[in-house]
Design a protein around this ligand. Sequence first.
Ligand code: 13P
Length: 251
Amino acid sequence: MRTPIIAGNWKMNKTAVEAVQFVREIRQGLQNIQGVDKVVCPPFIAIPGVYEALQATDIGIGAQNMWYEDKGAYTGEIAPDMLTPFCQYVILGHSERRAYYCETDEGVNKKTKAALAHGLTPIICVGETLEQNEAGETQAFVSGQVKAALDGLTDEQVASCVIAYEPIWAIGTGKSASAAQAGSIIGLSVRGAIAEVYGEAVAQQVRIQYGGSVKEGNIAEYMAHPDIDGALVGGASLKPGFVELVRNAVA
Ligand code: 13P
């Protein structure tokens, strides 16, 4: 059985002070919910404060990005070892990073390897654009992204990854993919692609999230699909209602 995982991707929201205030507000509520891994992913600069505020809770912390080298002349970047004292997770290859910061499948693969080598669980994001979706290219594109991100990993490493399927047309638009739509892509193009390369037994261990306009009111529908193991939540993870969203995921 795969433990569901709900992660809040705060994106570029909340100052360090606001972040600490917010997690103080939601921590007890989240702490009361069992049977699901709960993760918050604040901006880098807020991570140490959030870490302090979440001491003695079972709420995980993730970064939103990371560079793959250990150290050196990479102005503006953050290395794996800078995250490991605070974080258990790192989001990699989010569509916003691919679109605005030139992230490639090859780079996401390097980052995935670096995260695993340093004991961080990668949350690898994949998903198609509206044009690709309308042209019927979703399956081929998404399975290509999945295979590229996981290329060269061992079975154990693959099994430990989290993949987030986030159709780009559903992010921040209020236009979510239906649970049937998302579950079908996740089953065929994400779990299916992993099974093709690493076998069904490995594919069955990988936790796969849906992301894109997930809210308190629709999370239960996604969770009811057998191939969906949780959600990567943007906008709805910034408000106290995130607690209810997580509660509804396991209700
Ligand atoms: P929204 O939940 O705001 O649509 O964002 C989804 C997302 O991109 C999470 O990574």
